[in-house]
Design a protein around this ligand. Structure first.
Ligand code: GLV
Ligand code: MN
Ligand code: MN
Length: 424
């Protein structure tokens, strides 16, 4: 490991800790898209970007952009390398998911400047505000905006308090009508890099601090509504009920059964959110709405599982006399990392760790799933303790943070070599 690693590690840890104090809840870390806490985190990130010598702006979707100009001419022309991740969190989150990728980008720029490296392309660090898709039933809004993959922005979707994405964007200082203008022209970028904690146990078990991502799993998010008939819990006999929650319980178990059937393709199904109406102990539930998150290592396995779930849900609806609807909120195919970026990353990991880089797939979703609509993507994974994530126990050794930044700098330098010699 090079001499700079300990201080890089400390700087990264200090920034992680600073961002972790920005939360909607003093007892746990929760920072949702377009909230006061998102604004405070974006401001802090903007200050760090400025300190690193970047030109900073916030775009129409609330994404922070920091640009370091090119230091010399080269084959990349005026194109730029994008580096990003997200600063929103899940509820009661860990402190590294997403935030470390943004911090790594900023620290990499600081390092490049410190060593007077003149790159033949611009570097732009992006801090997206919505990778988790927790506040609104829509996800990857920031990265889909810049990559031109937003499609229908679903601006009228609401959060739990009935606030639309449109109104939340306006209150934040974004511009719902300008989202389409933020998309980069495909020819203007040379690639997208992201550093992210692994959120799984592979690297830790292998005793390796870093790994190179091969692809991001296929993912779908759905909203399921089951409409039965509300009634008196004491008077309606069991055999004539249309209990929406009993039907939902059956559906949830079926999603589990079907995911298990496709286990070989790493299929996973999760119902993480559920709303029961009217929601009283002596009323038969009349309406149940819940989320379904379905993922697999291949698009085919996910599509087959999704179709099987739809089929079984329709049957339950008929049998129980309840109305069932399934709405697709988000569907992303497998996002395969570009071979030339994997090679650059693997070389940089080799240099930073002294070990041959291991390739691994990401079961978790990332902004790269949207960025791949625009450009080639490459990802560096960082080991985390026991693979725990989306949990306050999420932990990364400070030394690994420093090594990850070194590997990112090495990857950028290797790209500089292939786009025209770099200068010091
Ligand atoms: C984001 O963390 C996701 O994988 O859902
Ligand atoms: Mn993440
Ligand atoms: Mn996450």
């Amino acid at each position: 490991m090079s001499e700079g690693a300990p201080s890089l590690a400390q700087r990264a840890q200090g920034m992680i800790d600073a961002l972790a104090t920005i939360s909607a809840d003093p007892d746990k870390l929760t920072r949702l898209y377009l909230t006061e806490q998102h604004r405070a985190a974006a401001q802090l990130v903007g200050e760090w970007m400025r300190r690193a010598g970047m030109t900073v702006r916030m775009d129409a979707a609330g994404t922070m952009h920091g640009v370091m100009p090119a230091g010399r001419a080269g084959r990349a022309g005026n194109r730029r390398l994008l580096i990003g991740s997200h600063i929103d969190t899940v509820v009661d989150a860990g402190r590294f998911d997403g935030t470390f990728g943004v911090i790594a980008g900023i620290l990499a720029v600081e390092e490049l400047r410190r060593h007077n490296v003149a790159l033949p392309f611009e570097v732009e660090v992006l801090a997206f505000g919505d990778e988790e898709g927790v506040r609104f039933p829509k996800t990857l809004i920031g990265s889909s905006t810049v990559s031109g993959a937003l499609g229908d922005a679903m601006l009228d979707l609401t959060d739990a308090n009935g606030v639309t994405i449109r109104d939340a964007l306006l209150a934040f200082g974004g511009d719902p009508d300008a989202l389409a203008d933020e998309a980069y022209a495909p020819g203007s970028v040379i690639g997208y890099l992201e550093v992210h904690i692994e959120q799984g146990p592979v690297l830790e078990q292998a005793g390796e601090p870093l790994g190179v991502v091969s692809a991001i799993a296929s993912q779908g998010r759905y909203r399921i509504a089951i409409k039965g008939e509300a009634g008196h819990a004491g008077t309606v006999p069991m055999d004539v009920r249309h209990d929406a929650l009993a039907a939902a319980a059956q559906v949830i178990l079926i999603t589990e059964e079907i995911a298990l059937k496709h286990q070989k393709a790493s299929c996973v199904a999760t119902v993480g959110e559920i709303k029961v109406s009217p929601g009283a102990s002596n009323v038969i539930p009349g309406l149940v709405e819940f989320s379904l998150d379905l993922r697999a290592a291949t698009d085919e396995a996910r599509a087959t599982a999704a179709e099987a779930i739809r089929y079984r849900i329709r049957n339950i609806g008929v049998k129980r006399g309840v109305l069932v609807s399934i709405e697709t909120m988000h569907e992303k195919p497998v996002a395969t990392c570009a071979p030339h970026l994997k090679k650059a990353i693997a070389g940089a990991i080799g240099k930073a760790t002294g070990k041959k880089a291991r390739e691994l797939m990401s079961g978790a979703g990332h902004d790269g799933q949207a960025m791949i609509h625009l450009t080639d993507i490459g990802m560096i994974f960082v080991r985390c303790r026991a693979g725990i994530s989306h949990n306050p126990l999420e932990f990364v050794e400070p030394e690994d943070l420093g090594t990850a930044v070194e590997a990112l700098v090495g990857t950028i330098e290797s790209m500089a070599d292939s786009y025209g010699a770099k200068d010091r």
